[in-house]
Design a protein around this ligand. Structure first.
Ligand code: MG
Length: 274
């Protein structure tokens, strides 16, 4: 029996250009993915609202993972959740079945406050106006407003020296929270992209029996996702280099920055497999 291919993808700096947030350079591979009916699962630090915005532009109706693994949103009727619902708490949110793995945003904001009281110069999206989020991200005002609608993860800026950053990470762990790094630093609970991806891998395995998984990213926050798949792929960063923090034995380094690398690697892998 032929294996069902499943692709998990990061957005910022991977499928989307790091400066323009465009996926135009990946158009050819995206067309191939859709032609071959391969589920393309967005797995991003972006919010549900932002991802929904991109799903419309990408004509993507597959499940997705928001805020660095905080939430898994499965369009109703997309995957059979019957058996799974006995094991895990599945919520109904709007038109989705949702599996929520992340800490609540309220809690994360309390941690940001606690870190500030400890003397760390941290500024989260929740401390910024829509204008400020637009300035630091390069997003339009409309998209910056979507980026502020957070549920499970707080992106933040930190000002201070290298050892200050180490002390900050130590304090976050002492408060029993976690951090990760994409374009920004992120504060999160006990969730990451890898845990969320493994839930969907379980569900797809139940559905298709034999699956073959690809994940593609660019930053340390993608590492847990890359570790959970058959073919991990990274693209080059804006400066033309690969993230040094990502090393895996079977890692494929795509020949291109962001969506250009995405286009080349995904096209080649699909053609090799099919
Ligand atoms: Mg990224």
């Amino acid at each position: 029996m032929k294996k069902q291919l499943i692709i998990f993808t990061d957005l910022d700096g991977t499928l989307l250009d790091a400066s323009t947030y465009s996926f135009e350079q990946a158009a050819e591979a995206l067309a191939l993915v859709s032609e071959c009916h391969i589920p393309l699962i967005i797995c991003s630090s972006k919010t549900r609202t932002e991802i929904e915005h991109y799903r419309v532009m990408l004509k993507n109706n597959h499940p997705f993972i928001s805020e660095n693994g905080g939430g898994i949103f499965i369009p109703k009727g997309n995957i059979n959740l019957k058996e799974y619902a006995d094991k895990t708490h599945v919520e109904e949110i709007d038109d989705y079945h949702a599996i929520l793995l992340g800490a609540s945003y309220k809690e994360l904001r309390r941690v940001i406050e606690a870190l500030r009281i400890k003397g760390f110069n941290v500024k989260g999206f929740g401390d910024m106006t829509v204008d400020e989020v637009s300035q630091v991200t390069g997003l339009s005002l409309e998209e910056a407003a979507m980026a502020r609608q957070r549920e499970f993860d707080e992106p933040f800026l930190f000002q201070g020296a290298e050892d200050g950053l180490k002390a900050l990470f130590k304090s976050i762990h002492e408060l029993k929270f976690n951090f990760t790094q994409g374009t920004f630093f992120h504060l999160l609970g006990d969730s990451d992209k890898g845990k969320a991806v493994s839930v969907l891998i379980d569900l797809y395995t139940e559905q298709f029996k034999d699956i073959y998984t690809i994940a593609i990213g660019d930053s340390p926050n993608d590492l847990p996702m890359l570790r959970n798949v058959d073919i991990p792929v990274i693209v080059k960063k804006k400066n033309g280099t690969y993230d040094q923090a990502i090393t895996l034995p079977n890692l494929i380094r795509a020949d291109g920055v962001g969506p250009e690398g995405w286009n080349k690697a995904i096209t080649q892998i699909i053609k090799n497999i099919l």
